[in-house]
Ligand binder design. Structure first.
Ligand code: 2RA
Length: 331
């Protein structure tokens, strides 16, 4: 039956995409509460023909809310998600705040929907976008061959840094085209016509937090505590879709034709892979689309019982907003 939904961070890139997904998937909504910072409070958003005024996020704003979608960063989630849960809402949090909490399920609906029943704190965590997109390609192969290891390099869109990341790339491209001054505030150096091998902050082991998310989140979602993962996360001048180059090692010997065919049996991911016709997926193929696309599937030349492959997915949609709305649909 229809639910009272709240979106925290309704005016951000992911919050806006959550509204689009709720609308496009005709999610049954009895009431919609849009919450944001004091700065954004008062803005008007039209949803399904009705104008809704964005309210300021407070601890008391969750009265009557049944599902609260959070997309306003880890600090806001840490502070306000418990209040939403206390008010009786199920929280679906897009931030990393609760992902590794043993009492908080971390869910990709196509992989572990049953974990939703374990939301003992009333909080469910949405995985990191790069993890979601990678696992959409790896889960079908895991079911067939038994995943043992992941060696990955990601090519991450600037939308991962929110609206500010998108604006920075746009500004820099225009400045470079018109001889203007390039401004780098979101990133440590120019991102236009460049790549930056840093996403999030460096840890003592010289990996970034983003790279360790792939390792820790994949182990939790797939229930593979021994899974070995090496990941290099790179920011690239692409607006909305992440790409990931992966070598995946398996228990059983994989077969390329079988692997390509297996995606037909799984929702949310398709193979786009025919080297004889120069067919492979690019970020522009998945932007604004629901499904992830997998290509370049081939036997790895270094590891035994391993496949190399390439997966692309819309970071704002399946990487965040759509995955969260699909979790709400499970509820
Ligand atoms: C990024 N995955 O791409 C991180 C957070 N969205 O910046």
């Amino acid at each position: 039956e229809a639910k009272h939904i709240a979106i925290v961070g309704a005016t951000g890139a992911v919050g806006e995409e959550m509204l689009a997904c709720l609308d496009q998937r005709d999610f049954p909504i009895s009431e919609l509460t849009l919450l944001a910072s004091a700065r954004s409070a008062g803005k008007k958003i039209t949803f399904q023909g009705k104008e809704i005024v964005v309210k300021e996020l407070t601890h008391e704003a969750f009265e009557g809310v049944e599902i609260a979608l959070f997309a306003a960063g880890g600090g806001i989630s840490e502070t306000f998600a418990p209040s939403a849960a206390k008010a009786g809402a199920i929280v679906i949090d897009n931030s990393s705040a609760f992902r590794m909490d043993d009492e908080v399920p971390l869910i990709v609906p196509e992989i572990n929907p049953e974990a939703a029943k374990d939301a003992v704190k009333g909080i469910i965590a949405n995985p990191n976008c790069t993890t979601i997109i990678s696992l959409m390609a790896l889960y079908p192969l895991h079911k067939k061959y038994g995943l043992k290891s992941i060696i990955a390099s990601s090519y991450q869109a600037v939308s991962g840094s929110g609206a500010a990341g998108i604006a920075e790339l746009k500004q820099q491209c225009e400045a470079l085209a018109n001889g203007g001054e390039v401004v780098s505030e979101v990133y440590p150096t120019q991102i236009a016509f460049n790549v930056i091998p840093q996403v999030d902050v460096f840890q003592p082991d010289n990996y970034t937090k983003e790279e360790l998310k792939m390792l820790n989140e994949a182990r939790k979602i797939l229930k593979l505590p021994e899974l070995k993962v090496t990941c290099t996360c790179v920011r690239v001048p692409v607006y909305r879709s992440h790409s990931v180059s992966i070598t995946a090692g398996f228990e059983k010997t994989p077969n390329v034709a079988e692997a390509r065919a297996v995606y037909a049996d799984y929702p949310g991911v398709d193979a786009k892979d025919d080297p004889s016709q120069n067919i492979f997926p690019t970020p522009l193929d998945t932007t604004l689309k629901d499904n992830c696309l997998v290509g370049r599937i081939r036997e790895d030349k270094v590891l035994d019982d391993a496949l190399a492959l390439w997966v692309v997915g819309d970071q704002v949609r399946k990487g965040a907003a759509l995955n969260a709305v699909q979790i709400a649909e499970i509820l």
